[in-house]
Design a protein around this ligand. Structure first.
Ligand SMILES: Cc1cc2nc3c(=O)[nH]c(=O)nc-3n(C[C@H](O)[C@H](O)[C@H](O)COP(=O)(O)OP(=O)(O)OC[C@H]3O[C@@H](n4cnc5c(N)ncnc54)[C@H](O)[C@@H]3O)c2cc1C
Length: 499
């Protein structure tokens, strides 16, 4: 029997994942990638013996998540490197907390959380069944916090109630995380921590992010308990998927930018690339993002209300970086491979700089050192450190100027906490919004993809199926929940199962 032809546009985690799954299930797959390299935001490159992540990654779920579920099905050989004591965390340079990837330790912040004294239930919610369910949860949390001065039992309670209850998660999709927290506590420290957690997991501020989405991410991450990295840096994920696809007979075409998706009588026909080559397809799966995909199809081929919705979608904030190759083991985060600086600021204003064009007073820092998990990331005895800090969404000239100021501030702050580390730097480089925008081909430099805000997360997220028959979306713009890469892989599984 003739095999159905699938053309995948883009080789990010979503594109390469679905390509490998479908080729393995017997389809005839071609992946078109506009860059000369594969992987999208999970691209890595070699520099002076280091394998450098183009982004700044730590992965929320390994063997317990979607990335390795794909690997298992296609017979890949991704090696997962997890550590129990994954993170050393500082709040405003003052409190120092060791956090491991298990729910218990991460949230059992003894001293710090014992500041919880002002829990309150607002009683502001209405009477319909969904708000009654949320209110029930909020009251239970309030009571738990009153009985015990630690956030841990409250979060265990959320975990028990929510992890096995998709209906409650969907109810919580209609509330921002901030509004949800205020139904049972106005404690500043909890709000500060959750504002940080919202940004680290979704790159979206806690006053807009869907409570359901963040709680889903937190619960899945801590119950999987496998916070870590793949051996071989970020590129090991798409690289592995694409190698399996090639082993099974599929093909990857690098330097092939899809310019047009041709449609005939409401059904996909082919993809035309920038050099004029036409690839006939029974199915087209686009990893280029929902807005660029809509432009490639042409608005005339889509219903007006779909186009209106797509144009109004919002993207997550960016993560911009400073990367250092260090000639010897210089930094020690008390044995942990990753360091967080939680800004010591009012959670209401912590990220205002992203809207005003300024640099942050106390920057949110996310600093994983791949070389502390993975011996192959740096030459023996040397260290790779990547300092990540939140940046604006778009990639205009003004944004580039702002990124420069933000990165200077992040660098200063990190050096003030770890004085003298730069004396061992053999090289350093920066990646800003223009870098990520070029990498993906989007006008935005979004870290994740679509912002996981109330109006567009969970049940309100755009679906993987478009109104054009045979045209699907894959990646962080459609179809799945979760943290960046895990979400992209979840979307790949959803598309493969749907086709
Ligand atoms: C700095 C940074 C830090 C991050 N940190 C984390 C983290 O710690 N943990 C985590 O889980 N996630 C993290 N992420 C997010 C994660 O990397 C992304 O959410 C995920 O990789 C997105 O995958 P995707 O499948 O949506 O596609 P993308 O990576 O966006 O890939 C899309 C691909 O499509 C290609 N393409 C676009 N248009 C065309 C076209 N017309 N023709 C052909 N090809 C095209 C692009 O070149 C690209 O290769 C981070 C991202 C960044 C940038």
């Amino acid at each position: 029997m003739e095999r159905k032809k699938v053309v995948v546009i883009g080789s990010g985690v979503g594109g390469s994942g679905v390509a490998a799954l479908l080729q393995h299930r017997g389809y005839d797959v071609t992946v078109l990638e506009k860059n000369k390299f594969y992987g999208g935001k999970c691209h890595s490159f070699d520099r002076d013996g280091f394998t450098v992540d183009c982004g700044v990654h730590m992965y929320s779920r390994g063997p317990g998540g979607n990335l390795l579920e794909i690997n298992r099905e296609i017979g890949g050989d991704i090696k997962w490197l997890a550590k129990k004591n994954a993170v050393e965390m500082r709040i405003g340079g003052e409190y120092s907390l060791a956090a491991n990837s298990g729910l218990g330790s991460m949230l059992n912040m003894g001293r710090t959380i014992s500041m919880i004294t002002r829990g309150k239930a607002t009683g502001a919610l209405g009477r319909d069944p969904a708000t009654r369910r949320v209110k029930g949860l909020s009251n239970a949390l309030y009571r738990t916090l009153r009985m015990d001065d630690s956030l841990l039992p409250a979060l265990k309670l959320i975990s028990n109630l929510v992890s096995c209850n998709e209906v409650l998660i969907s109810d919580l999709d209609d509330m921002s995380l901030r509004d949800f927290l205020y139904t049972f506590t106005d404690n500043v420290l909890i709000n500060q921590m959750m504002a940080y957690i919202s940004m680290i997991l979704t790159c979206t501020t806690y006053d807009r992010v869907s409570a359901g989405e963040v709680l889903w991410c937190v619960i899945k991450q801590f119950t999987a308990n496998t916070l870590g990295v793949p051996e071989g840096s970020a590129r090991a994920l798409p690289g592995n998927y694409l190698r399996c696809m090639a082993r099974d007979g599929g093909r990857l075409v690098l330097g092939a930018r899809a310019d047009k998706i041709k449609v005939d009588s409401g059904k996909v026909k082919s993809v035309v690339t920038d050099d004029g080559t036409e690839y006939e397809a029974d199915y087209i799966i686009s990893n280029a993002g929902i807005q660029l995909t809509t432009a490639m199809v042409g608005e005339e081929n889509l219903p007006a209300d779909y186009v209106r919705r797509v144009k109004g979608l919002e993207y997550s904030y960016s993560f911009i970086t400073i990367k250092y190759g260090l000639s010897r083991k210089t930094l020690d985060f008390k044995g942990a491979p990753c360091f967080f600086n939680v800004p010591n600021m009012d959670p209401e204003t912590m990220y205002d700089y992203l809207k005003t064009g300024d640099a942050p007073e106390d920057p949110h820092l996310f600093v994983p050192m791949q070389s502390e998990w993975d011996d192959t990331a740096a030459p023996t005895g040397q260290q790779l450190v990547i300092i990540g800090v939140l940046g604006p969404v778009t990639a205009t000239r003004e944004d580039a100027e702002q990124c420069g100021k933000i990165l200077d501030r992040a660098d200063e702050k990190f050096e003030s906490m770890f004085p003298g580390f730069k004396k061992n730097a053999v090289w350093s480089m920066r990646t800003d919004n223009s870098y990520y925008s070029q990498l993906t081909g989007k006008p935005t430099a979004d870290c994740i993809g679509l912002a996981q805000i109330v109006e567009q997360a969970g049940v309100r997220k755009p679906g993987i199926k478009t109104p054009v028959e045979g045209l699907y979306l894959v990646g962080c713009d459609a179809g799945a929940r979760g943290v960046g890469t895990d979400q992209a892989a979840g979307s790949a599984i959803a598309v493969a199962n749907n086709i």
